[in-house]
Design a binder for this molecule. Structure first.
Ligand code: CP
Length: 339
């Protein structure tokens, strides 16, 4: 794809070459993402960060990524704090904001809303999550993490075996990751969920049509055998028609150290898009796994900054100029705890 000036709305836009390009730029940006070097390549540029649903990782890491490239960030964090609450359309909001910013990241509770917004925007729009539909930047950082973890174990993404566990119906991170992985060869998917929360039929059909092995499980302990990656998700309570319905699934599948040891191959990588639900009634990923070296969840979140920097660098066409605008680091003390 042509990245310069493009909207990033769906992982369906990418082929394997595009992913390699994003990951190569991300690798190049690592010293800046980790604050060992500083660049001002986007000095004077403005990001409008529009989040109409709660977020910690996506909003802050997109904002940090833009700051780390030298740009400035303007935030809108609730519908009620914007004129959408006064009946303004997504079209008009996009027309206005694209006069104020050079790139826009948007999260919205409705499927297709970010694409609708992008149609009216005169600057690139990146989908930060549209309802239960897609979360493309999450899938990219997940795949970047999978590549790192699997490479360290002497393997590649082709022939990957992955279990996706939890609410596969409403989990947009799962939907985007499933589709992104389908670009690779001979992936085996273990789809582990309650029967009512299986992956949407169109995604299941897409994976099978591409020749991948898709196995469906309704039992956690059976589904997590013989995989390289265990990708756990929370029940997306906010997507259910009623709280009562969501409560039926809360805490149904819980991965802890004992279940992991009993059922998983040694060194199976544990991932989660986060947030994990740490309330006593949920705990789909128990804190007793926190000392397990195969738990990659915070390596995932760190990678979010790097991959989002790469997206900005590519759509704003500065990927080849980052080092030209580098400045000496005067404040870095390297006091961070490695982890
Ligand atoms: N993974 C993810 O999208 O997290 P946030 O909702 O905190 O952004």
């Amino acid at each position: 794809m042509e990245f310069v000036g493009a909207h990033i709305l769906s992982v369906g836009q990418f082929d394997r070459g595009d992913i390699e390009r994003i990951f190569s730029v991300a690798d190049d940006l690592r010293p800046y993402a980790t604050r060992r070097r500083v660049t001002r390549v986007l000095q004077g540029a403005i990001l409008s960060n529009m989040f109409f649903e709660p977020s910690t990782r996506t909003r802050i890491s997109f904002g940090s990524a833009f700051n780390l490239l030298g740009g400035e960030v303007r935030e809108t964090t609730e519908v009620k704090a914007s004129s959408l609450a006064k009946g303004e359309s997504l079209h008009d909001t996009a027309r206005v904001l694209s006069g104020y910013a050079d790139v826009i990241v948007m999260r919205h509770p409705e499927t297709g809303s970010v694409a609708e917004f992008a149609e009216a925007s005169r600057v690139p729009v990146i989908n930060g999550g549209d309802g239960p539909n897609e979360h493309p930047s999450q899938a990219l950082l997940d795949l970047y993490t999978i590549k790192q973890e699997i490479t360290a174990r002497g393997r590649g993404i082709d022939n990957l075996r992955i279990a996706l566990v939890g609410d596969l119906k409403y989990g947009r991170a799962v939907h985007s990751l499933c589709k992104l992985l389908s670009l690779y060869d001979d992936v085996t998917y273990h789809l582990v969920s309650p029967p009512e929360l299986e992956v949407p039929p169109d995604i299941d059909e897409h994976l099978r049509a591409r020749g991948h092995v898709v196995n469906t499980y309704h039992d956690l302990e059976t589904g997590i055998h013989n995989v390289d990656i265990l990708y756990v998700t929370r029940t997306q309570e906010e997507r259910f028609p009623t709280q009562e319905e969501a409560d039926r699934y809360r805490g149904l599948f819980r991965l802890n150290q004992h279940i992991y040891t009993q059922n998983c191959e040694p060194n199976t990588v544990i991932m989660h898009p986060l947030p994990r639900d740490s309330r006593a009634t949920a705990q789909e990923l128990d804190a007793d796994l926190d000392q397990n070296p195969n738990l990659a969840i915070f390596r995932q979140t760190d990678n979010g900054v790097i991959v989002r920097m790469a997206l900005f660098a590519l759509v704003l066409d500065v990927a080849d100029q980052v080092h030209d605008y580098a400045q000496p680091v005067t404040w870095y003390t390297a006091k961070r705890t490695p982890g």
